[in-house]
Each structure stands twice: as C-alpha cells, then as structure tokens.
Design a protein around this ligand. Structure first.
Ligand code: F6R
Length: 241
C-alpha cells in the first residue's frame, strides 16, 4: 500500500487526478470505477479542468459507480446519478451510454444487482476511486460485510445516515437502504485510489493501514490488494505516526 500525505486538498486532488489522466491518455478505452461524496470532488474538478485545458478525452472511457441510494429517483437532487452528472459527466465529453450507475429505483433490486455484477465481470475496472466512511466503510459496505461480497442491497448504518444527513434537509429523508458493489468487486479493480481527508477519517485510516483485516473495518480488506494508493491530508493521516 502506498501512502501519500498532502498539506492541501488541492495538491491531493491534482496528484490523484494525474494518475487517472495518465491512464486515460495512455489507454483511451479505460474502465474507471467512481465514487460520490465530498472526498473526490476536488479530483473531479481537476479532471474537468484538464479536459478543458488539455482536451483529455473520455469518449471511449467506461465508468461504473460504486453505489446508489434505494428509492431516490435518478433525478432527485441527492441521487448519486445527479451527483455524477453535476460534478463530472456534464462537464466532460463522456458518452452517457458508457456510464453505469446502479439503479436504486429498479423494481427488482436483486436482478439489478445481478445485472450490474455481470457487467463488472465483463468490463474489468482499471482504476477504482474510493472514499472511506468514518466507520471504515468502502462503497456502502458497512461493518460486518463479508470480504467476498458482490453487488448487494444494504441497510445503511445509522452512523452513515447521520454523516450523510448534511446533504438532506433532515436525517429522516436519508434513505435507509442502498445498493453497492461488494468488497470482492472493489478488490477486482486493477488499481485502487482511496481519498480521505479530515480528522474524522483518521481512525478508519489507522485501521486500514495498521489494523488486522476484519469485516468490522471493511476497508482493511484493501490490505489484500497489491496496488492501493492512499491520498490523505495530514488530519486523516494523523494517527499513522
Ligand atoms: C460514495 C461511497 C462512500 C463514500 C464515503 C465517504 O460513493 O461509496 O463510501 O466514499 O461515505 O464519503 P465522503 O467523501 O462524503 O466523506
């Protein structure tokens, strides 16, 4: 595991963006695994800036998002579909038919998970971007999720709902369920870039780097992957010293 610590979020985001831009320039048909949340916002801004300035093209890139809330229409302001459109896809030349975001409003969620799994098996993710929850979740794989899990329906941890309530008008509006790539899907990516900032991520980062692998801290599964790069600010890295 490679650990990079940055003194500013801007530097962190540029360094992370560089890895993705190099990949897309060298391999225009790359497959990217993407995350939502606040952690990758700076990365997406850097990708947009580079697209504007250097014209890096995403025309042939395929993307797979990690997860989606259950029950939010894709056009709901807090759906992950809306997040990705507003924060990245509307600003680059990606072909929307190459964009994959799980459908949290599918009538048959089990079938939706099975279909998404099939796609993930067909298109091998080159680079997976991750954030991390304060409780160590990756995607929406909450504590207790088996490391061999694939795409599945999950009941969100109360802590995760509280953490995400900042995006909704009240906690009651935060969906109770989500569908998410499983830990096995995440570990199948060729390369993983994990972004974490702020003191409230420091305990999860400590377990990820120094802890014994355990489903109680889902991110510890990343210790089994041989190409993981952590992009941390000083606060997130503060317990590693
Ligand atoms: C988002 C996701 C989550 C977030 C995590 C951190 O697609 O899968 O695991 O990465 O909850 O969220 P932020 O970055 O908002 O702190």
């Amino acid at each position: 595991m490679e650990i990079k610590v940055f003194s500013s979020y801007k530097e962190l985001s540029s360094a992370c963006a560089k890895v993705i831009i190099d990949q897309v320039r060298n391999f225009p048909r790359s497959v990217l695994g993407l995350a939502t949340g606040s952690s990758p916002l700076g990365l997406y801004q850097e990708l947009i800036r580079d697209h504007d300035v250097n014209h890096t093209s995403y025309k042939e890139v395929k993307t797979f998002n990690l997860d989606e809330y259950v029950g939010l229409d894709k056009n709901h302001p807090q759906s992950y579909y809306t997040f990705m459109m507003e924060n990245l896809f509307n600003h680059i030349d990606i072909d929307l038919s190459n964009v994959h975001i799980p459908n949290g409003c599918a009538f048959d969620l089990e079938q939706e998970c099975a279909n998404y799994n099939q796609l993930l098996e067909k298109y091998h993710i080159d680079i997976q971007v991750l954030g991390i929850g304060a409780n160590g979740h990756i995607g929406f794989n909450e504590p207790g999720t088996p490391f061999d899990s694939t795409m599945h329906l999950v009941k969100l941890d109360e802590k995760t709902r509280r953490d995400n309530a900042r995006f909704f008008s009240s906690i009651a509006e935060v969906p109770e369920y989500a569908i998410t790539m499983g830990i096995k899907n995440i570990l199948s990516a060729k390369k993983i870039l994990l972004i974490a900032t702020g003191k409230n991520k420091s305990e999860a980062i400590f377990h990820l780097v120094k802890g014994t692998p355990t489903p109680e801290w889902p991110a510890t599964a990343l210790q089994y992957h041989d190409d993981v790069v952590l992009f941390l600010d000083e606060e997130a890295a503060s317990l590693l010293k």
